[in-house]
Design a protein around this ligand. Structure first.
Ligand SMILES: [Ca+2]
Ligand SMILES: [Ca+2]
Ligand SMILES: [Ca+2]
Length: 430
């Protein structure tokens, strides 16, 4: 018999004998999921893919759900929404996982099993970045150098170049420029949020100072140019980073100097404007201390200085955005972290925040690794994501450091720690 016709006849029978089909007849209100009457549902999925587990039950709106994992080949999986009808499940390793659902509905307790068979992918996942989706740096000294940009280059050209720089095993540095400049990238799989473990790291070029003249340095520091990390998963399943973003709450988040909803607007310098030189430090000259005017939403107006250090381009404005007269960026501004430890402007130490940022601790340091469970929503509430597909990093500092120039986050890649095989426990957080 056609299944739909069978269902229709069943429904009519139920209507005719409503009392015996209702849930108060002492029978299990959960309908069998399939015509064979199995009391379990089975899924076969690839690893590193978020699956919504549908127990295929029919219960009242008052039903209370509780999911637990009863058997798993290892502990590197993630289950979220365990108090909802359909939890989200993801595993980083293949094998068979058994989930148990307990339902309390109208005073009755019922249970149901979900069996999830996790396979290894047919084409091996990459532990590094698969694709760069967006790159909009703020003005800065390494803009047009990292990556290089020439007059006439388009946004698409630069995006491809940035992709070439970052979407590989050994990436090449890009600069995000001043506060707010950002890059968005993703992976060829979902990075699972494994409980109790850190899940990924963003790679930068941070390093610890080896000659800090301050014997009482308050914390580790050197070249720490914290970028704020945002994460997202492809909730709508379209493969694009157009879903809700969540901020990774790092150690600076609760510091009193941190400014939320900070906004800055940079003004493109007039090419005919007369530079205002401001001396120099060592061989580095401040060629224009009124170079890029900016104002923020805290009533500050100031300038990003131009310097001639490092043989970098003297054009700080992104050449492919030359048609823009202003650029505005928003985000969380972290406390200034640079201290002139020489007292003469020759030796700046940028003190690192304890955890939770990009380009803040060296790539080999445990504190460059991030736990997805540190994510918060736009109201500052903790969220527990099953995993993430996309990462956005923006420079969280608005700071000039003498001859070092403006502080700018650099990025050279990102790593899924689970696929790479690095096992790093999470840490205590604020
Ligand atoms: Ca985690
Ligand atoms: Ca999406
Ligand atoms: Ca850096």
């Amino acid at each position: 018999m056609n299944k739909n016709i069978f269902k229709l006849i069943l429904s009519i029978l139920c209507l005719l004998t409503a009392a015996s089909c209702s849930n108060d007849n002492g029978e299990d209100p959960i309908l069998p999921p399939d015509p064979n009457g199995n009391e379990s549902v089975t899924y076969t999925i690839n690893r590193c893919k978020i699956t919504e587990v549908d127990p295929k039950v029919s219960v009242s709106n008052n039903a209370i759900f509780s999911w637990t994992v009863t058997s798993a080949p290892n502990n590197t999986y993630s289950i979220q929404n365990t108090n909802k009808e359909k939890p989200l499940f993801i595993a980083t390793q293949s094998g068979e996982y058994k989930l148990k659902l307990q339902i309390t509905d109208n005073g009755k307790t019922l249970s149901k099993e979900a069996i999830i068979k996790v396979d290894k992918e047919s084409k091996a996942y990459k532990y590094y970045i698969n694709k760069v989706y967006d790159f909009v740096p703020a003005p800065g000294q390494f803009i047009n150098d990292l990556p290089p940009a020439n007059n006439g280059d388009s946004y698409e050209t630069i995006l491809r170049r940035t992709n070439d720089y970052l979407a590989k095993e050994q990436g090449t540095l890009i600069s995000l420029g001043g506060f707010g400049g950002y890059v968005v990238f993703g992976f060829d799989h979902t990075i699972a949020n494994v409980k109790g473990k850190r899940d990924f790291r963003v790679l930068g070029n941070a390093f610890w100072a080896d000659k800090n003249p301050n014997p009482n340095a308050p914390t580790r520091g050197g070249s720490s140019e914290a970028g704020v990390i945002m994460v997202s998963y492809d909730k709508n399943g379209n493969g694009l980073p157009d879903d809700e973003w969540y901020e990774i709450k790092g150690a600076a988040h609760d510091m009193k100097e941190t400014i939320f909803n900070y906004e800055i607007t940079y003004h493109k310098p007039d090419p005919n404007k007369k530079p205002v030189p401001g001396g120099g430090t060592g061989t580095v000259m401040f060629t224009d201390i009124e170079y890029i005017k900016w104002e923020d939403n805290k009533n500050t107006t100031s300038y990003m200085w131009q310097n001639n250090a490092y043989n970098h381009s003297l054009d700080y404005w992104p050449r492919w955005l030359n048609d823009k007269q202003t650029m505005t960026f928003k985000g969380t501004r972290l406390p200034d972290n640079a201290v002139d430890e020489s007292g003469t402007g020759s030796y700046f130490v940028q003190y690192a925040f304890a955890y939770g940022y990009a380009d803040n601790a060296p790539n080999t340091d445990i504190e460059s690794a991030i736990d997805i469970d540190w994510a918060i929503d736009s109201n500052g509430n903790k969220v527990h994501l099953p995993g993430i597909d996309f990462i956005k990093v923006y420079n969280g500092l608005n700071q000039q450091c003498g001859w070092l120039g403006e502080t700018s986050t650099e990025i050279m890649g990102a790593t899924d720690l689970h696929i790479k095989g690095e096992d790093i426990p999470t840490r205590e957080t604020n």
